[in-house]
Design a protein around this ligand. Structure first.
Ligand code: SF4
Ligand code: SF4
Length: 349
């Protein structure tokens, strides 16, 4: 019964375009609970307070805040484009996962079909695409989809790490897959060595306070001055520790490269400097359906000011001076002021 149901879900997952599907037994994540506890104790979650607010739910899918009847965690991996040249936004770059439509919306529709299918069979089910406290990477490892690399990403052997992870927690009891255990990274340290802001405390230990992905997307205040130069060209997110990973050199290009995660026109066409002139309404319209709206209008303008100071040289000075004098958000004015200083100093050098 369980095996048949699993085969039916697997066939749906293939039809929906998922690259991998696996099942783990729904139980407390004892080993990963220690990892999460250390992450929180060391303050490495930065201002992402939802980690500490939901840690008990995150480590046990049977928690009353999730699904007390849970028997299985279904894990799905969906690829995003990664082999063509990265997209540039003038002198700024956005992370590959964010080039196309917002993955939350795209994958949610697919998971709802699986959730509905389980409901029709009389089971309870709750989906999550980064939208509920679910430790996706841990479940993906337990479900045999991949292993966790020293860069803390889930890596699928023979494919790499450019994947979105999504889960459905269900009361259906399905045969679990065997986890992928072992040291697949070997002696490689390419990701740790390449990180522009030294965000890795050690192997498998990321300090979000220093990570460009966190800083450019989730940070709502100013970015620490000592990290601004390291941000380099990154307007939104950062791919560096994945780009250097040998597991991402696979030549296999999924069919989905032409799908919903192809670059949105707004990501191809908008000039970096235009970001400073968007009011709230135009920001919402411009970035409707785009993952970039997560950074919010002032956050994206702050990032743009930093990138111009790092990459654009002299020609950015007039626009940065205007932003410094007129932008309504203090953190954007501050970022512009520091970029002006950096550019003037580099001119003098
Ligand atoms: S995403 Fe960028 S900043 Fe964050 S750990 Fe990886 S290389 Fe470092
Ligand atoms: S770059 Fe090397 S150490 Fe880092 S995750 Fe990839 S294989 Fe592991």
């Amino acid at each position: 019964m369980g095996a048949l149901l699993k085969a039916e879900i697997e066939s749906m997952a293939n039809e929906l375009g998922f690259l991998r599907f696996g099942v783990a037994k729904a139980e407390r994540l004892d080993e990963e609970a220690n990892y999460l506890e250390q992450y929180l104790r060391e303050g490495r979650e930065a201002s992402m307070s939802w980690f500490s607010e939901t840690d008990e739910v995150r480590i046990d899918p049977r928690h009353e805040g999730m699904l007390p009847s849970a028997q299985s965690v279904l894990v799905f991996a969906y690829p995003y484009p990664r082999l063509r040249e990265p997209l540039h936004y003038g002198p700024g770059r956005i992370a590959r996962y964010a080039e196309g439509r917002d993955y939350h919306n795209v994958l949610k529709k697919k998971l709802l079909r699986i959730e509905r299918f389980l409901h029709e069979r009389g089971f309870e089910a709750r989906h999550s695409v980064d939208s509920r406290p679910v430790f996706e990477r841990a479940w993906a490892r337990r479900a045999g989809i991949g292993f966790i690399g020293k860069n803390c990403c889930l890596i699928v052997p023979g494919y790499g790490s450019h994947l979105f992870l999504a889960t459905v927690i269900t009361s259906a009891e399905l045969p679990p897959d065997a986890p992928l255990d072992g040291n697949f990274c070997g002696s490689c340290t390419a990701c740790l060595d390449a990180c522009p802001t030294d965000a890795f405390v050690s192997e498998f230990r990321l300090d979000s306070n220093r990570c460009i992905s966190f800083l450019t997307i989730e940070e709502r205040g100013s970015i620490p001055v000592e990290l601004e130069t390291g941000i380099g060209e990154w307007l939104f997110g950062c791919d560096r520790c994945q780009d250097v990973c040998p597991f991402n050199r696979s030549k296999r290009i999924p069919d989905h490269d032409q799908g919903p995660f192809d670059p949105l026109p707004v990501h191809r066409e908008l000039d970096l400097e235009t970001i400073f002139d968007l009011d709230d309404e135009r920001f919402r319209e411009t970035f409707a359906g785009s993952p970039l709206k997560r950074a919010r209008r002032d956050g994206l303008a702050r990032n743009a000011a930093i990138v111009l100071g790092n990459r654009a040289a002299k020609r950015a000075l007039p626009v940065l001076r205007r932003v410094h004098e007129t932008h309504e958000a203090p953190m954007v004015r501050e970022a512009a002021s520091r970029s002006i200083k950096r550019l003037e100093e580099s001119e003098e050098a």
